[in-house]
Design a protein around this ligand. Structure first.
Ligand SMILES: [Ca+2]
Ligand SMILES: [Ca+2]
Length: 111
C-alpha cells in the first residue's frame, strides 16, 4: 500500500484528492498500467524498509554502520534536516536522534 506522511485516509486510498481525480480520468489500460507500477513500487518500498530495519544506523544501505553513515547524516542534516535516507527513526527529521542511532550502532556489520 502506498503510504506517506502526507497520506490522508478517506480519499480513496490515494495520497491526495487531486491525484484521485487525475487517476479517474485515465483510460482503462492506463489505470491497469498505473496499478501494476504502483504494486511494483510498493514491493520495492517494502524491500527498502525491510533492509533498513535489519541494519539500524545504516543510512547508505551498505550493511555496515561506519564513518560513511556519519558523513551522510551530516550532508543531509545540513540540507534542512528534513526526511532523508538518514532519518533513521522515520520521524520526518534528520536530526540528533538519528545521529545517536548511528553512534549506538557504530561498526555494526549486517552482512
Ligand atoms: Ca552504511
Ligand atoms: Ca529522524
Amino acid at each position: 500500500m502506498l503510504t506517506s506522511r502526507r497520506h490522508r485516509p478517506g480519499h480513496g486510498g490515494y495520497p491526495c484528492p487531486r491525484v484521485e481525480v487525475l487517476l479517474r480520468s485515465l483510460q482503462p489500460v492506463q489505470q491497469l498500467n498505473y496499478q501494476s507500477l504502483l504494486a511494483q513500487f510498493n514491493q520495492l518500498q517494502q524491500g527498502v524498509a525491510s533492509s533498513m530495519t535489519k541494519c539500524a544506523g545504516d543510512g547508505n544501505l551498505d550493511l555496515l554502520v561506519d564513518g560513511k553513515d556519519l558523513a551522510g547524516w551530516q550532508e543531509f542534516s545540513k540540507k534542512g534536516g528534513k526526511s532523508s535516507w538518514y532519518d533513521l527513526n522515520y520521524d520526518g527529521l534528520t536530526d540528533s536522534r538519528d545521529w545517536d542511532i548511528i553512534l549506538k550502532n557504530f561498526w555494526r556489520r549486517c552482512k
